[in-house]
Design a protein around this ligand. Structure first.
Ligand SMILES: [Ca+2]
Length: 382
């Protein structure tokens, strides 16, 4: 507050002390600052009562009860008598009380800045003497001074890890050039090494996920034998956009146990699946799109990859997902025959970021062991 000023700060907001009477201001009487009782009480979170017959004003709240009588120097705090030199009084039809008396009665800090005739009441740690002149000017104008404009920093973008990642150039049999960022044959690891796939800490994590010895060298191996759905997820360190090529050798394994089946699923950074393969004992290998990894959104629209893709063998899988056109092309080969999936549409996926190995138990316990090897992932070169 400022002496002879109708405005006051409450917190960071400027308000008029008495909304009905702009003549109501803090004043100085005999070197004591008097403030309007109702405003100060409400600002301090206290109730005000007035007894007309005894001319006594009572402020109560925060564990305090302060009684003052108009034009009398005696007052009480929690019924303990005290004396003040300048008493409560009526000015401009409003009762004013000594600021320091009421503030200090209830344990508030009062500061007086003589240069700016500014009164501070509150907690000591918030007193901002350095800006007293600014506050006084703002109160006089009834509005905040023009605020200093601080430019909001642009949110830090996710680092584009792909931009700095190493890749090798590769030209496929159709003479299309690719930048291949992942080329993993697992030969440099030791048997039993747990790689990124093992990082999935979901309740349904496959029990055994580690580098193992396959028929032709080391592979990434997944297996479990239990009840309930089980999975493992590999999150790429980056999102891949444009047209993405994923190639791998998949030893599908026989997923046994009633109608249990295993899936290999490819998804974006929001877990939307754009391509999935499904193996089930004795049934044709199937493909689909438009599910969601790690959230139970299984694909529903399954179609056979071809005829005769029903052996527990190693399939070479090449997927090309175009995230601009939102279509997927894939070839599945068992070494002697090849199936082509052309322009499979997908809906929500916007990039390639995650792979999932998923065992789904429809009934009874399942048993499944499956391997991935020779995984290559890249994007179409411009
Ligand atoms: Ca290998």
């Amino acid at each position: 507050m400022a002496v002879d000023c109708a405005n006051a700060y409450v917190g960071n907001n400027i308000v008029q002390i008495d909304t009905e009477n702009s003549d109501v201001t803090p004043i100085i009487v005999d070197d004591r600052t008097l403030v309007p009782v109702r405003f100060i009480a409400e600002s301090l979170g206290m109730d005000v009562g007035y007894n007309d017959s005894t001319r006594t004003v009572t402020l109560s709240g925060n564990g305090y009860k302060v009684n003052m009588t108009l034009d009398k120097s005696e007052y009480t705090i929690n019924d303990i008598p005290f004396e003040m030199d300048v008493p409560a009084q009526v000015v401009n039809d409003r009762m004013l009380i000594p600021l320091r008396v009421i503030a200090e009665s209830i344990g508030k800090k009062v500061e007086w800045d003589a240069d700016n005739r500014l009164i501070y009441i509150g907690s000591v740690q918030f007193y901002d003497k350095a800006n007293a002149a600014k506050y006084a000017a703002a109160l006089k104008n009834g509005k905040e001074e023009d605020q200093e404009i601080i430019e909001t920093p642009v949110p830090t973008e996710e680092p584009d890890l792909l931009a700095t990642a190493d890749y090798t150039e590769y030209t496929d049999s159709n003479n299309v050039a690719w930048k291949m960022y992942i080329n993993e044959d697992y030969e440099k690891y030791n048997i039993g090494d747990k790689l990124e796939w093992a990082g999935t800490k979901k309740p349904g994590e496959l029990a055994n996920i580690a580098v193992a010895q396959g028929t032709n060298g080391k592979v990434m191996h997944f297996e479990d034998s239990t009840k309930g759905n089980r999975n493992a997820i590999y999150n790429l360190p980056y999102k891949m956009n444009g047209t993405v090529r994923i190639e791998l050798d998949w030893k599908v394994g026989e997923c046994t146990g009633g109608q249990s089946y295993g899936e290999l699923r490819f998804a974006d950074s929001s877990k939307n699946t754009f391509f999935a393969l499904k193996t089930q004992k004795g049934a044709e290998l199937q493909y689909s799109a438009n599910g969601g990894i790690a959230n139970g959104l299984l694909e529903t629209d399954w179609k056979d990859v071809g005829t005769g893709f029903n052996k527990d063998t190693v399939y070479n899988v090449v997927i090309e997902a175009d995230f601009d056109k939102k279509v997927c092309n894939a070839t599945i080969s068992d070494g002697s025959k090849k199936a082509k999936i052309i322009d499979l549409p997908f809906e929500n996926a916007t990039d390639f970021n995650a792979m999932e190995v998923l065992a789904v138990r429809v009934e009874k316990n399942f048993t499944w062991a499956t391997d991935i090897d020779n995984m290559k992932v890249g994007i179409k070169a411009n």
